[in-house]
Write a protein that binds this ligand. Structure first.
Ligand code: IMP
Ligand code: MG
Length: 184
């Protein structure tokens, strides 16, 4: 666990309520998810699609724990703006160059909250005839949505708090923190 002084140095003086997942805990979980994904797709083409920006650190760590051939691409959907509550609207600002047809697609999300982002993207991607389509989310606020079987790979069942770090932001800040903290 980092000391308070270390945290404040990284945040520029903004205090956090607590560190919910530290670096070691995250690394162990990411390794577990990687081997789960390796086992789930014994053959066929695998495309790991990261939803930017939130998944950028998670995706980088995750693909190095998947021990089989794969390709990487990204999606950019419109985000929250600067608030801490979901607006519900999702717009695609960048669409993957790669063909999805006939491939196993794993959509990588930092966190599932209301589930609306994932639901809309799954709808959009399923129209492109992938061999299969699943979501891998590092964090899932399970209390915030009805069961979502498409979220097949989940790192942590997250508390209903506003979390930052390891890719997650508040108004574009704190993505670089190596741990995940409760900002509220
Ligand atoms: P949903 O569409 O309501 O499921 O929201 C998912 C998106 O909201 C994620 O991709 C995140 O970018 C953002 N989000 C949801 N909860 C948090 C949080 O606690 N911290 C930072 N971003 C969050
Ligand atoms: Mg965000």
């Amino acid at each position: 666990m980092p000391t308070t002084a270390e945290v404040l140095r990284r945040t520029g003086g903004r205090t956090v309520k607590s560190i919910v997942y530290d670096e070691a805990v995250i690394a162990a979980k990411v390794a577990e998810l990687g081997s789960q994904i390796t086992r789930t797709y014994p053959d066929g083409d695998l495309l790991v699609l990261g939803l930017l920006k939130g998944s950028f650190i998670f995706l980088g760590d995750l693909v190095r724990k998947i021990e089989r051939p794969l390709q990487v691409d990204f999606l950019v959907a419109s985000s929250y703006g600067t608030g801490t509550t979901s607006s519900g609207a999702v717009r695609l600002l960048y669409d993957p160059e790669t063909r999805l047809e006939g491939k196993h697609i794993v959509l990588v999300e930092d966190i599932v909250d209301s589930g609306s982002t994932v639901r809309k993207l799954m709808g959009l991607l399923s129209e492109r005839q992938p061999a299969s389509l699943a979501v891998c989310a590092l964090l899932d606020k399970v209390a915030m949505h009805a069961p979502m079987p498409e979220v097949r790979f989940v790192g942590f069942q997250a508390p209903t708090a506003f979390l930052v770090g390891y890719g997650l932001d508040h108004a574009e800040n704190f993505r670089h923190l190596p741990f995940i903290a409760d900002l509220t």
